[in-house]
Design a protein around this ligand. Structure first.
Ligand SMILES: C=CC1=C(C)c2cc3[nH]c(cc4nc(cc5[nH]c(cc1n2)c(C)c5CCC(=O)O)C(CCC(=O)O)=C4C)c(C)c3C=C
Ligand SMILES: [Fe+2]
Ligand SMILES: [Fe+2]
Length: 341
């Protein structure tokens, strides 16, 4: 190969590399005011609520932000930890663990940080801090296995808004969705298998509950629903548990429109009424436990199942910062950093 630099040239030092883990967001405190600020930002995102702002904003400001924050704050209080919101605390732990795996030590060549799409720490602030710390290349890593415009794309939008305002920009890559990646499927299969083995009952049914979205979004071409279905199919194959019936459901419906079906709450009730006594739920689309798993599934879901005649109920943990999940994240991130490190 022809040398590009003269032999006496000092070694070229590449800048540092950054990895920014991003999840959805959460209020700063489990209080009505903080939840109102958070929901105001979240639900004003045109990627999240796809109806014209002129029609939506009066409903949001006039009705939803006057009623929902109090109810949601109550829900958040039931799951809040001494490290704050579970979603933020677990994402911070994932970043710390990934830092150790990729580049431990005082002045790492790879800097791992985390942000929330809505609320704090904000994406522009963390990107600016990384660039300031010498990261000339940044891997933006939305922690959503299944691509959805309302989650994945809006993370990229927010980063692009920040880039647009920079004279000197870092180079940016994004972590692709990983809904069918063998590393993800294997991590889930082995983590969920271990958790099932530790239960004091063998479930008749395992629900794979994914966050829902409006049905119209699917008709407009969003791949989210297909990604969820593929994850569920691959996971069921990898778990190899013919003794457990598995079903895919969609949770967290919001507003009057039709959302993806079947709905988790309806299935919980129908299963119990049909005689299912032992049921477990996993939420493979969530990288971290959060309000939607800890409150909606573990508290309200349990009530729905037991009140309708069920007897044994358990919500399995998300991958969180456990060994399987962290090994998977390391694999996915290292692959994307190829050529950069
Ligand atoms: C209004 C429309 C919503 C869409 C579309 C939506 C998609 C979506 N969301 C997640 C992941 C999470 N959502 C969470 C909370 C949450 N989601 C919505 C609404 C939509 N989500 C609301 C109003 C809320 C707030 C909570 C409430 O008031 O009930 C969370 C948890 C946040 C936390 O702090 O713990 C996650 C995670 C995905 C993957 C997704 C894609 C289809
Ligand atoms: Fe959501
Ligand atoms: Fe919810």
């Amino acid at each position: 190969m022809t040398a590009l630099l003269p032999p006496d040239h000092p070694p070229v030092k590449k800048g540092r590399v950054g990895v920014l883990l991003v999840n959805l967001g959460t209020p700063d405190a489990p209080e009505t005011g903080a939840v109102r600020r958070y929901l105001g930002e979240f639900l004003s995102d045109r990627r999240v609520v796809e109806i014209p702002q002129i029609a939506w904003q009066p409903i949001l400001r006039g009705i939803i932000l006057n009623t929902r924050p109090k109810k949601s704050a109550h829900a958040y209080r039931q799951v809040w930890t001494d490290k704050g919101s579970p979603l933020a605390a677990i994402t911070a732990e994932q970043a710390l663990e990934l830092q150790e795996r990729l580049s431990p030590g005082e002045s790492p060549a790879i800097v791992v940080d985390w942000a929330m799409r809505y609320g704090n720490p904000a994406i522009p602030d963390r990107l600016a801090a990384m660039f300031e710390a010498g990261c000339e290349r940044i891997l933006l890593s939305p922690l959503y296995p299944q691509y959805c415009a309302a989650t994945t794309a809006t993370v990229v939008d927010k980063a692009a808004d920040w880039l647009r305002a920079q004279r000197w920009q870092p180079a940016l890559r994004t972590l692709p969705p990983y809904h069918d990646d063998p590393a993800y499927i294997q991590a889930l299969a082995s983590d969920l298998g271990r958790q099932l083995a530790a239960l004091d009952f063998v479930p008749e049914v395992l629900l794979l509950s994914f966050h829902g979205m409006p049905k119209r979004t699917l008709e407009l071409g969003d791949p989210y629903h297909c990604h969820c279905r593929k994850t569920a199919r691959l996971l069921e194959e990898a778990m190899a548990r013919p003794d457990i019936r598995m079903a895919t459901t969609f949770q967290s419906r919001f507003g009057p429109a039709k959302w993806l079906e079947p709905a988790t709450d309806a299935v919980l009730e129908a299963e119990a009424r049909a005689g299912t006594k032992r049921l477990a739920i996993a939420a493979p689309g969530f990288s971290a436990d959060c309000l939607e798993t800890l409150e909606e599934l573990a508290i309200r879901g349990r009530e729905q199942f037991i009140d309708a005649g069920g007897e044994h109920f358990h919500v399995l943990d998300c991958l969180n910062a456990g060994a399987e999940g962290m090994a998977m994240l390391e694999t996915l991130v290292r692959r994307e950093l190829a050529g950069w490190i």
